[in-house]
Ligand binder design. Structure first.
Ligand code: GRG
Length: 296
């Protein structure tokens, strides 16, 4: 494995995370303009900051494998643009019909439903454009990354997961079906964030795949638990919405205790994978542990 860029002497995990948050926020600031109504809508959605989990996973993975962070700036921003598009569309009246996102009115409430559909569509092509225009990676690397991203968010990936989310409202579902839905609708993009930097160095170690998969699936399990247990103020979005819409998430269907056991299992897999990769002392390990224990 390539030597990590991280030096324990000069940076602690929290400091490094804050540095990465600044890095992605500055990069997002550069792409966000207000020259027309759609660009203004995109800027509204992107500048209202979430946790920036996906870009941080991109950067932490890159650092862990010894890649210059410049090589993954476009990947980090593109991942947040795609994630934000999925939230904008997920909030639409034809989906979850939410009024609040990241503590602010959802895009269709602030602008209009039509503008939210169009801004979401434009964010998908914007993400591809950001990677295409990157001067720090080769044409071959761009093709590999864009092809992986397209597969991740397409009809066999994130969109299919969202379709299952709707279909499952009407039927009995098994644990396996809920886990598969979580993996597709939420997990695949998170997996992409960990596995795409590896594509740049053509490295595929099974431990990275296991890490990416366990974070991907469990992220939605933690999100569903928080939806039941946390307040609207702490999450910045409406809570208990799944119950209202008769959605089939894991804790609602199989209970809180079962969900906590499931999360613990994925956490073990994630930490074991990081240990096998020799990354116990790298900031990615601290960040991944925090993801499993987050309160918002
Ligand atoms: C095409 C009309 C149409 C809709 C597609 C793609 C899609 C809608 C939905 C994907 C499902 C989705 C929104 C998954 C993400 C679930 C999730 C856990 C969101 C919260 O992520 P956080 O906690 O949020 O990282 P912040 O706000 O911190 O970025």
């Amino acid at each position: 494995m390539a030597k990590s860029n991280h030096s324990k002497k000069t940076r602690n995990s929290e400091g490094f995370e804050a540095e990465l948050q600044d890095r992605v926020n500055q990069a997002i600031g550069k792409i966000a303009g207000k020259s027309n109504i759609i660009e203004s809508a995109i800027t509204y959605a992107l500048e209202n900051p979430g946790k920036r989990v996906r870009p941080l996973l991109v950067y932490l993975t890159a650092d862990a494998i010894g890649l210059d962070l410049k090589k993954v700036d476009s990947l980090a921003v593109a991942s947040e643009v795609i994630h934000t598009y999925s939230l904008v569309h997920d909030d639409l009246p034809c989906m979850d019909d939410d009024d609040l996102r990241r503590g602010q009115p959802t895009l269709h409430k602030k602008f209009s439903e039509a503008h939210a559909v169009l801004a979401g569509d434009a964010m998908q092509s914007l993400a591809m454009e950001i990677i295409t225009n990157d001067k720090n990676i080769s044409a071959d690397q761009k093709v590999r990354i864009i092809s992986f991203l397209a597969k991740t968010i397409g009809y066999e990936g994130m969109i299919l997961g969202q379709a299952y989310d709707i279909e499952f409202e009407e039927k009995y579902v098994s644990k396996h079906e809920i886990i598969e839905m979580n993996q597709l609708k939420t997990g695949m993009l998170l997996e992409f964030c960990i596995r795409a930097p590896l594509l740049l160095i053509k490295s595929e170690d099974d431990n990275w795949k296991k890490l990416a998969n366990s974070i991907g699936i469990s992220f939605q399990l933690v999100d569903d638990l928080l939806d039941l247990q946390a307040s609207q103020e702490s999450l910045g979005k409406a809570t208990r919405k799944d119950m209202e819409l008769d959605k089939k998430n894991y804790p609602l269907t199989f209970g809180i205790d079962e969900t906590q056991i499931e999360i613990k299992t994925y956490e073990r897999i994630a930490i074991d994978s990081l240990t096998n990769l020799g990354l116990n002392n790298h900031p990615i390990c601290n960040y991944v542990s925090e993801l499993f224990r987050r309160q918002f």
